[in-house]
Design a protein around this ligand. Structure first.
Ligand SMILES: O=C(O)CCC(=O)N[C@@H](CCC(=O)O)C(=O)O
Ligand SMILES: [Zn+2]
Length: 341
C-alpha cells in the first residue's frame, strides 16, 4: 500500500475490519484528519464552518454504491481537489460485512442503535460496532455546541424501487420538518420522502433523537456488487455533499414542495414466526401499491391488510430475523407549508 494511509483508508479499514489503531495526519490545507477506528475518520478543518456533518455508508456491507461514493469524496478531500471547510465524521459502517459481500454478519446493524445493542442477552460483532459508532457520533457532536448537526446515512435497497431514490425522515416527535433539508435532498436527487411515525433503532433516528441532528436514511438505488454501480446516478448527491463540505453558507436551490412525493409510514409488518408469508410475489418493486382490503401478509393467525387507497409496500423482506420489520407500508400524503420550518 503506497501513498498516504488516508488515501487507502477504506482498504485499510477492510484489512482491519474490527479494529484499527487511531492515527492522525494533516491535509495540505491544514485540516487535521483523525482516524478514530476502522471505518471512522474525523476531519477537523483549521477554521470550520458552522455545520457538523456525519456521512455514513456501508452500515449494510453489500450496499456498495454509497461506499464507492464516500470513497470518491474522501479521495478528493485527501488529494486537495475538494477543500474540507466543515467538521466531518465519515463512517464506513461494517467493513467485515463488506469483505464478506453481505448485508450483515450476525445481526442487522441498523436495528441496534439508541441502546438496542445492549438490550437482551445476545452478543454479536454488530452489537459491539453499534455501541462503538454511537460513541464516535457522540464524541463528534459533543465536541462543540451551537452548530447545525447533520447526518446522512447512505444506503441502497435490496429490490428495485418505483421511486429510485428516497429518504426515511426519522420520527420527529411532532416537530416540524426542515424546509432546508428537504431542499437539500431534492437538489441531491432524492424527491421521495417517507415520514416515520414512531421511534426506531436505526442510525439516523439515533442522531436525530439524541443530538437534534437533521438526520436521514437515504436510499440511493439498488444493491449491486462493488464495481457495478453507475456513478452518474449519484452525481447530484455527490455534488451537493461536496458543496456542503467545501462552501460554508452554501444553500441548495429553494424547495419545490409541490414536486415532492411524500408518504406517511402507515403500518410496520413484523415477522413473528417461521410461518410468516407475504401474499404478493417476491419480485415486487418498492412502492408497489395495493387496493384497500388486499391481504398483504400472514403469520399464523395474524393477517395484515392494505387499509387506504394508494398504500404501498417498501422494504419487503420475509428473510428478516424473528421480531424484526419485514416491510413498511406507506400512504401518500401532501406536506403543507405549515408543517415546515
Ligand atoms: O431494501 C431493503 O429491504 C432494505 C434497505 C435498507 O437497508 N433500508 C434501511 C432503512 C432504515 C430506516 O428505516 O430508516 C434499513 O432497513 O435499515
Ligand atoms: Zn441498508
Amino acid at each position: 500500500m503506497s501513498g498516504s494511509r488516508l488515501e487507502h483508508f477504506l482498504e485499510l479499514s477492510r484489512q482491519y475490519p474490527w479494529h484499527l489503531a487511531p492515527f492522525t495526519e494533516r491535509l495540505a490545507d491544514g485540516t487535521r484528519a483523525e482516524v478514530w477506528d476502522t471505518g471512522v475518520l474525523c476531519l477537523e478543518p483549521a477554521s470550520p464552518g458552522t455545520r457538523d456533518i456525519v456521512i455514513s455508508c456501508g452500515i449494510h456491507g453489500n450496499e456498495t454504491a454509497p461506499i464507492e461514493l464516500c470513497q470518491r469524496l474522501l479521495q478528493q478531500l485527501v488529494t486537495g481537489h475538494l477543500k474540507c471547510r466543515q467538521r466531518l465524521l465519515l463512517i464506513f459502517g461494517n467493513p467485515a460485512a463488506m469483505n464478506a459481500g453481505v448485508r450483515e454478519l450476525e445481526e442487522n446493524l441498523n436495528r441496534l442503535f439508541s441502546g438496542a445493542h445492549a438490550r437482551g442477552e445476545k452478543t454479536s460483532r454488530e452489537r459491539q460496532r453499534a455501541a462503538a459508532l454511537e460513541g464516535y457520533v457522540t464524541r463528534f457532536f459533543e465536541a462543540r455546541s451551537g452548530s447545525e448537526r447533520l447526518h446522512y446515512d447512505l444506503h441502497t435497497a435490496i429490490r428495485p424501487s418505483l421511486h429510485e431514490k428516497f429518504a426515511v425522515y426519522p420520527f420527529t416527535h411532532g416537530a416540524p420538518y426542515s424546509r432546508n433539508q428537504l431542499a437539500f435532498l431534492q437538489a441531491a436527487g432524492v424527491n421521495t420522502i417517507l415520514l416515520s411515525q414512531a421511534p426506531t433503532t436505526t442510525f439516523s433516528y439515533f442522531s436525530a433523537h439524541a443530538f437534534g441532528a437533521h438526520a436521514f436514511t437515504l436510499e440511493l438505488g439498488k444493491v449491486m456488487p462493488f464495481g457495478q454501480n453507475d456513478a452518474r446516478r449519484l452525481a447530484d448527491m455527490a455534488h451537493c455533499l461536496s458543496a456542503l463540505l467545501s462552501t460554508p453558507g452554501w444553500q441548495p436551490p429553494a424547495l419545490k414542495l409541490a414536486e415532492l412525493e411524500v408518504f406517511d409510514v402507515s403500518q410496520e409488518i413484523i415477522k413473528h414466526s417461521a410461518d410468516f408469508r407475504f401474499s404478493f410475489n417476491n419480485d415486487v418493486s418498492n412502492f408497489t401499491s395495493f387496493e384497500p382490503g388486499a391481504l398483504l401478509a400472514s403469520d399464523g393467525e395474524h393477517r395484515w391488510y392494505a387499509r387506504t387507497s394508494g398504500e404501498a409496500v417498501v422494504f419487503p423482506n420475509a428473510g428478516v430475523a424473528l421480531g424484526q420489520r419485514a416491510a413498511l407500508m406507506v400512504s401518500p400524503v401532501r406536506l403543507g407549508e405549515g408543517q415546515l420550518v
